[in-house]
Design a protein around this ligand. Structure first.
Ligand SMILES: *Cc1c(COP(=O)(O)O)cnc(C)c1O
Length: 368
């Protein structure tokens, strides 16, 4: 049976090593901020080619703590793309600041730099580009605008572990990079986990306090108002074991994407993922667009092929964001994409015959 995610198959690869190492951790009784957490932080920072990394308990918290680290809150505005997972905007709302949405680029589905300057006001403090589906946003342009207006840039790299622009890794280009290790992400934990990357020693030392109750050097002296958002040792252990496979797993995703693209590119009524030159897409999601989405989805369902819709609604039309008082029609590209987009299964354990079946079903419905 074709699955949309492959956690059971992944577990077969790393499960035995994990159980062995878990026994060691349990016998030592070292569960919070232990050796595994430190080692994982170091290894993931190396992977992203950043100086520092701070493990936290989710991607959502990575975004929230990044805003706190930069002192962003009440009275401030933060620019967020209109199409992303809701956490990107919730982090801003929960910091006390106001999310300001900007429409996306129709080819890449990422924040369109052309629309950013219009959204900047005196209150704007930061931009959060999201590297949606595994493709980096146009960071050179975004960083140029940020510099011009003296804004911080927080990368939401929750879907883009290992993605690159030229030699620059997702999470290494802005002031801070936010990662999620939610079980379905390209690199995933055994539960919730996240991490923040940075090259700034100052940000690093603030983040260490923020995630751990504002602790200073003394265990019960608390220097700043903090949170409990630590990456626990067991998750870090699991992440370390999987990090060894990440490059290979990403390459497998790219190979599957190329197979899909090669076989589907001549069909009419379908828009395949676009990868700009010098960008490395890591295909967290293989998103395609079609005016015939309904018909294709029916065929997928009949053939027991799972699919996903990322996302049904752009952020400005999400009921939870009604308080921001946006209206339908304000972000036409994001709104149109939500009507047409859907995702095919793509994960490293997908087998050749499974890929062929997906291709066959899509071809049949669009040629038939
Ligand atoms: C998954 C995700 C998040 C949130 O990560 P959690 O670990 O689930 O909190 C944030 N932004 C994007 C783009 C995501 O895909």
């Amino acid at each position: 049976m074709i699955k949309f995610f492959d956690l059971d198959r992944q577990y077969k690869i790393v499960g035995r090593d994990f159980i062995k190492a878990l026994k060691v951790i349990m016998s030592k009784g070292e569960f919070i901020l232990g050796k595994e957490t430190l080692l994982f932080e170091k290894e993931f920072a190396d992977f992203c080619q950043t100086r520092y990394a701070v493990g936290v308990n989710s991607g959502t918290d990575a975004l929230f703590l990044s805003l706190k680290c930069l002192n962003i809150g009440y009275g401030d505005e933060v620019i967020v793309p209109a199409l992303t997972f809701i956490s990107t905007s919730f982090a801003v709302t929960n910091s006390g600041a106001k999310p300001v949405f900007v429409d996306i680029d129709e080819a890449t589905y990422n924040l369109d730099p052309k629309n950013i300057e219009n959204a900047i006001t005196k209150k704007t403090k930061a931009i959060i580009p999201v590297h949606l589906f595994g493709l980096c946003a146009n960071m050179p342009e975004i960083l140029r605008i940020a510099k011009k207006y003296n804004l911080s840039v927080i990368e939401d790299a929750c879907q883009a572990h290992g993605a690159k622009i030229k030699e620059n890794f997702a999470g290494s280009m802005g002031n801070l990079g936010c990662f999620s290790f939610y079980p379905t992400k390209n690199l995933s934990a055994f539960g919730d986990a996240g991490l923040i990357t940075t090259n700034s020693k100052k940000n690093y030392s603030i983040l260490l306090k923020l995630r751990d109750c504002g602790r200073g050097k003394l265990r019960y002296s608390h220097n700043i108002v903090g949170y409990n958002s630590r990456l626990d040792n067991v998750q870090a252990l699991f992440l370390r074991l999987k990090l060894n496979h990440l490059a290979k797993w990403n390459q497998r995703r790219i190979n599957i994407a190329n197979l899909y693209i090669e076989n589907l590119k001549d069909l009419r009524n379908i828009v395949l993922p676009f990868v700009p030159e010098n960008y490395k897409h890591v295909f967290h999601i293989f998103a395609i667009r079609s005016k015939k989405r309904k018909k294709i989805i029916e065929a997928l369902q009949q053939n027991k092929i799972p699919y996903g819709i990322y996302y049904h609604l752009p952020l400005h039309l999400q009921p939870a964001n009604r308080y921001l008082e946006y209206k339908k029609g304000q972000f036409p590209v994001a709104e149109k994409i939500c009507q047409e987009i859907f995702a095919l299964p793509i994960h490293p354990s997908l087998k050749e015959d499974e890929i062929k079946k997906v291709i066959r079903v899509i071809k049949e419905v669009l040629n038939g």
